[in-house]
Ligand binder design. Structure first.
Ligand code: MSK
Length: 629
């Protein structure tokens, strides 16, 4: 990326963002775009994955040019091995993050089952029993609590090691499971597969780039069909399975006359408790006593998605809006759990009257107030945090408050259960629509923002192009906020779709872009693909489906992309991972994986080109199924 200063209009698609970037510049507050500019140009060795810091014989930099100089690190590793080892650890970190989030939900379910908490409970008992049936937990004569305890035990074992595959791998079609078995990438459990990746990539262990790349696929699958899927299913069990509902998005969800609290991170374990606390009549009275009209809770990033999907809590913004939300000067308190929380937020909070509160034993932030949440103290701690926000409100400087106006309406809550319900209880109407071509394909647009790309430009334009081509879009994570702000999560947006998709959406009363959850909830899309493939008697790689992470940045997003590909789903990325120092690894990612798992990656920062790349895959797969292209 060249070091050219971009105008504010080139940084973000949105007026609310542009206004806050301008305010930050006026007030001398540094943002992610300032730091990116300072860091550009980046180290070209690192960009290509050619640096190695895994031992102290180094660090080493491998020369990408074939001119005989520095072609190998001190240990002898060349470009292919260095890139593969770095990529393997990148994927392992992403898989570990999602999955460790899921483990926290298993521990809460276990605490509910053992009667160790009254702050949490099973809100969807039907789902608890369905899951118990699915994984073979006998529950006929068991109470809800006993079933919860038994189910938690099964999932604990899923984190450890299952020689024949994690429990939910059974949701994948048999053909897919055979591909995994033949390739040696059956997902066996997060702890086993991630630890093995760390071992393999130690100096002197796995020294074959292809072998490491295949194990990367296994680690990613363990996340998708293991840790992430468990996180999704248990979040539904504990906090309720999402159903369609209306809400709003963008910075105007902040209220000038109220105490504004933002939840940021990923886990519903903390944010659901905050939602309970802000409805407490005593705290509402304390807020009024402080001069506020009420307490307003809004979400950011994926913990925002969790609350939006299940409870309809408004969404203030996605990843690149997190700093800008504080720059409104209207936020009394930001409470965070883990993942995607820029350390800069503590500094920016300090530029205003905003309190910054960390809650997880796993995620401390220097300069933050740490209020640790556990399953035995969560409600009480949530009340303490709300009181801190009420106190902070007294210090708000009204002269520094600027809240953009005009929230966008959106529809949320499309869990697989809700999608099936909208279809009348079976996937048949969707299969019929796929067969007759009114819906030509289904694409998941997922993932983050990246300041290297114009904020949300790729998300919005890719979705618009796809729905025009009669492709139903499923959205998760930060992409959701972009598509909501563009109005694409409303049934009216069917007017922007091709005639086939338009008629399907109008007859079902649904938008052409369905919000299916947070980034762990990409597991819902895997599950849905499994259901569709099983119904048609084919492999997932035969379906006219694809995925895209147009503005991704994180290790977690890379793990998602790889588990999609390893499940047979063609996946577009807006930017490549740092692998281009190895032609071999790059070729494997872009082409070679097709021969191994029936899908590969495509890369383009241009949403219009990406739409054509995805459309070509959908055409090919429709043709393969004997359907009109
Ligand atoms: S929050 S991983 S920036 S989607 Fe899930 Fe958004 Fe990406 Fe974080």
């Amino acid at each position: 990326m060249s070091k050219e200063k971009r105008s504010i209009e080139e940084l973000s698609l949105w007026e609310d963002a542009q206004r806050m970037i301008a305010k930050a510049q006026r007030e001398g507050v540094e943002t992610v775009w300032d730091r990116l500019e300072e860091q550009t140009p980046h180290c070209t060795f690192c960009e290509q994955g050619l640096t190695c810091q895994k031992c102290v014989m180094g660090p080493c930099r491998i020369n990408p040019k074939d001119n005989g100089k520095k072609q190998r690190g001190v240990c002898g590793a060349g470009a292919d091995l260095t890139v593969a080892r770095n990529f393997g650890r990148f994927i392992a970190a992403g898989a570990a993050s999602h999955s460790d989030h899921g483990r926290d939900l298993v521990e809460v379910l276990e605490a509910v089952g053992q009667g160790k908490t009254t702050d949490y409970a099973v809100r969807d008992e039907d789902k608890l029993r369905r899951l118990a049936d699915e994984v073979g937990v006998e529950h006929g004569d068991k109470s809800v609590q006993e079933t919860a305890a038994a189910l938690a035990e099964v999932f604990m074992d899923d984190y450890s090691f299952r020689r024949n595959g994690v429990s939910f791998a059974a949701r994948a079609p048999e053909k897919r499971r055979r591909v995994w078995e033949e390739t040696g990438i059956t997902p066996r459990g997060v702890d086993r597969d991630v630890v093995e990746m760390m071992h393999r990539t130690h100096m002197g262990v796995d020294s074959d780039a292809t072998s490491i790349c295949l194990h990367s696929a296994r680690v990613a699958l363990t996340d998708g069909w293991g840790g992430s899927m468990i996180a999704t299913e248990l979040s539904d069990t504990l906090f309720g399975t999402p159903q369609p509902r209306q809400s709003t998005a963008n910075l105007s969800v902040l209220k000038e006359d109220q105490i504004n609290i933002l939840v940021h991170g990923h886990s519903p374990i903390v944010s659901e408790m905050l939602l309970t606390a802000v409805q407490d009549p005593d705290l509402l009275q304390e807020a009024r006593d402080a001069g506020a009209a009420g307490i307003n809770l809004a979400g950011l990033c994926c913990t925002g998605n969790e609350l939006l999907m299940r409870q309809g809590v408004p969404m203030a913004g996605n990843h690149l809006m997190t700093e800008l939300a504080l720059i409104t000067g209207a936020v009394e308190l930001m409470v965070v759990d883990y993942q995607c929380i820029m350390p800069s937020l503590v500094t920016i909070a300090g530029c205003y009257h905003t309190q910054f509160v960390s809650t997880s034993e796993k995620a401390h932030f220097t300069g933050a107030t740490h209020v640790e949440f556990t399953y035995t103290n969560a409600i009480e701690q949530a009340r303490n945090v709300v009181r801190m926000a009420i106190e902070a409100y007294r210090n708000r400087d009204p002269q520094r408050v600027e809240i953009p106006e005009g929230p966008m309406q959106l529809t949320t809550g499309f869990s697989n259960e809700a999608i099936l319900e909208a279809l009348g209880g079976t996937p048949d109407p969707l299969l019929d629509a796929l067969k007759n071509g009114s819906v030509r394909g289904v694409v998941g647009i997922v993932g983050c923002n990246n300041p290297k790309l114009k904020h949300d430009h790729c998300h919005v334009n890719l979705a618009r192009e796809l729905i025009k081509k009669d492709v139903l879009v499923l959205a998760t994570g930060c992409a959701t906020v972009a598509l909501g702000k563009a109005g694409l999560l409303m049934p009216d947006a069917a007017g922007e779709a091709g005639s086939g998709l338009q008629s399907v959406c109008q007859s079902l009363g649904i938008p052409p872009v369905l919000h299916v959850g947070s980034c762990v909830d990409n597991a819902r899309i895997l599950h849905l693909c499994g259901v569709l493939a099983n119904a048609l008697g084919v492999d997932i790689s035969d379906l006219p489906v694809a995925a895209s992470a147009p503005e991704w940045y994180s290790e977690k997003a890379a793990a998602i992309g790889l588990y999609a590909v390893a499940s047979g789903i063609y996946t577009h990325l807006g930017l490549p991972p740092n692998i281009q120092g190895s032609q071999m690894v790059t070729d494997l990612a872009l082409n070679g994986l097709n021969d191994v798992v029936g899908a590969a990656f495509g890369v383009s920062p241009d949403p219009f080109e990406a739409a054509d790349m995805i459309d070509a895959r959908i055409r090919e797969k429709r043709k393969g199924l004997g359907l009109s292209e």
